[in-house]
Design a protein around this ligand. Structure first.
Ligand code: MTE
Length: 303
């Protein structure tokens, strides 16, 4: 697992929050490096997911500029409306092509897989991006523990379906519940995490409490929120945005500046909080780590 050394950054380059978190990361990485020397491999060690010159997006932006259609279509709707979501009690069922199907209460899941911090870029297909210090654990740890059968090839994820808690589900804007999917080898990649918090705090409802996915080399819509079911399957599962507009959203949805969305160029992106747009990088900049998953595939066909 790749562990990059932290880079010192000038305080003029960063927000107070970023300074705080970069110091924290530095301390964490130092402790981690020491621990690794005596007891490798450490299951809870993080490969840093962010390029070292990435500034963290301020907490207020991460939690008030959201896509969560279950709570409205405007970016400010989820932070105003998601108070109706009750993230406790909450269970997640893991089923399908596995030897150990189970339903786990969220707090038991957190005890089983304590959360640690990982900083990822999130690139939305709409052309904006953020840099977020998530708390979470690697999805592959859970998947390994439930023992996939030899037939398992995909993982499908389902959001809670409860129009009382999620009033947006009374509208027909999407087919509810929201569903997403990954190929099993993508889901097993150490960069794919289940998220339980951000900025060291429990995950706010608008960001997908109590459990959401983060797959940093894919467009943000793959990061399904408020997950209640994880199912391993033989066949490629349906995904909400592909069902809604198959010519606009493929199954893979890898960040790719060379494959434009019919309505938005994917060549550039605007970091929330910044004025100028920057070039978008293939696989959102995580190509060194994930490109081999797609060798031999035509990413224009499998977009
Ligand atoms: N999950 C559900 N259940 N419903 C949604 O509308 N929106 C997706 C994704 N997960 C969405 C979802 C989209 S389009 C994006 S860009 C990210 O969540 C946004 O995550 P954020 O609000 O935490 O930045």
């Amino acid at each position: 697992m790749l562990i990059l050394p932290p880079r010192d950054i000038r305080s003029s380059e960063i927000t107070d929050e970023a300074l705080f978190w970069n110091r924290r990361r530095f301390l964490g990485a130092t402790a981690g490096a020491l621990a690794a020397a005596v007891a490798a491999p450490l299951p809870s060690m993080w490969p840093p997911g962010a390029a070292s010159d990435d500034k963290l997006t301020p907490y207020d932006d991460v939690t008030t500029y959201n896509n969560f259609y279950e709570f409205g279509l405007d970016k400010s709707d989820p932070s105003r409306n998601a108070h109706t979501l009750r993230p406790r009690p909450w269970t997640v069922s893991i089923e399908g092509e596995i030897h150990k199907p189970q339903t786990i209460a969220i707090d038991d899941l957190l005890r089983r897989y304590p959360s640690v911090e990982r900083v990822y870029r999130l690139r939305c297909v709409e052309g904006w991006s953020m840099v977020i210090p998530w708390m979470g654990f690697e999805l592959n740890r859970l998947l390994s523990d439930v023992q996939p059968t030899s037939h398992a090839r995909f993982v499908s994820f389902t959001t809670l379906h409860d129009p009382e808690q999620m009033p947006g589900q009374r509208s027909g804007v999407l087919a509810w519940p929201y569903v997403e999917g990954l190929r099993l080898d993508e889901a097993m990649h150490p960069l794919a995490i289940l998220v339980t918090g951000l900025y060291g705090k429990p995950l706010p409802n608008q960001n997908g409490a109590p459990l959401r996915l983060a797959v940093p080399w894919k467009y943000g819509f793959k990061s399904i929120k408020s997950i209640v079911r994880i199912r391993l399957t033989r066949a490629q599962p349906p995904t909400t945005w592909n069902l809604a507009a198959p010519n606009e959203y493929g199954f893979y949805s890898n960040v790719n500046p060379d494959v434009d969305h019919p309505r938005w160029s994917q060549k550039r992106e605007r970091r929330i909080g910044e004025l100028l747009r920057r070039p978008t990088i293939l696989f959102n900049g995580y190509g060194d780590q994930v490109a081999s998953l797609y060798s031999g595939m035509d990413l224009r066909v499998d977009f």
